[in-house]
Design a protein around this ligand. Sequence first.
Ligand code: ADP
Ligand code: MG
Length: 259
Amino acid sequence: MSSTPTLPRDSTPPNGPATTPAARAVAMTKVYGRSDTQVTALDSVDLDVGTGSFVAIMGPSGSGKSTLMHCLAGLDRPTSGRVFLGDVELAALSDRKLTLLRRERIGFVFQSFNLMPTLNAYENITLPSVLAGRRPDADWLDTVIDVVGLGDRLGHRPSELSGGQQQRVAVARALANEPEVIFADEPTGNLDQRSGDDVLGFLRHAVDRFGATIVMVTHDARAAAFADRVTFLVDGRVIDHLDDPTAPVVLDRLKTLEV
Ligand code: ADP
Ligand code: MG
């Protein structure tokens, strides 16, 4: 094989001039319910996720982390404000176009793995491509499967795999379609520390080696330390960012949020 396949957007020079962020929110507000039972889950959030960066979103329970992720990923629509994936404004898309965009351009990793129980690991990994009517690039697929170390488990169904192995299938699935952004909501929440570190290591590797862009919600300072930047949410507002985070520094910052 000639060279390691990389995600297509790698054509962007890593240290080149500022480019369009992979994902962007401008004054994004999300209000649930109406009148007397209203909850402002997001309150005018501005956020840029740089292409090829790994961003962790942290904040107390109920601070809007999942809502932020869902609105950025086109799983939900904000009440007001603007959301972009690359240069595409999501509000301009019909529900059908939004579904296609999610399928073709976004990867997801969930806390509960969300694999199809009747499909084996290989079929789960290639399912998004099949749904998008694409044939995944064979070299790229080999690389992804190799990186997550699933070569000898491809014929196994989720029930025949450990939690850590299932999440590695989910990471491979997210990467297989060469998405522009991968969104991960508490991807290590159901894993022991060692399996969690493996999964985080693969996500980190995807950013460093393949130019992936990742937005990860976590409440775990150790997990956040794998990211390039931590963005802190409180009461639906972005209150701070921390670049090149380490677990102790993140922990200290979290303590100040929870008073
Ligand atoms: P986090 O992920 O940080 O725990 P969420 O984004 O899930 O926070 O929730 C933010 C706020 O929005 C919370 O007050 C939550 O109760 C509220 N909320 C979330 N989803 C809904 C919904 N579908 N309907 C009404 N309120 C919701
Ligand atoms: Mg949540």
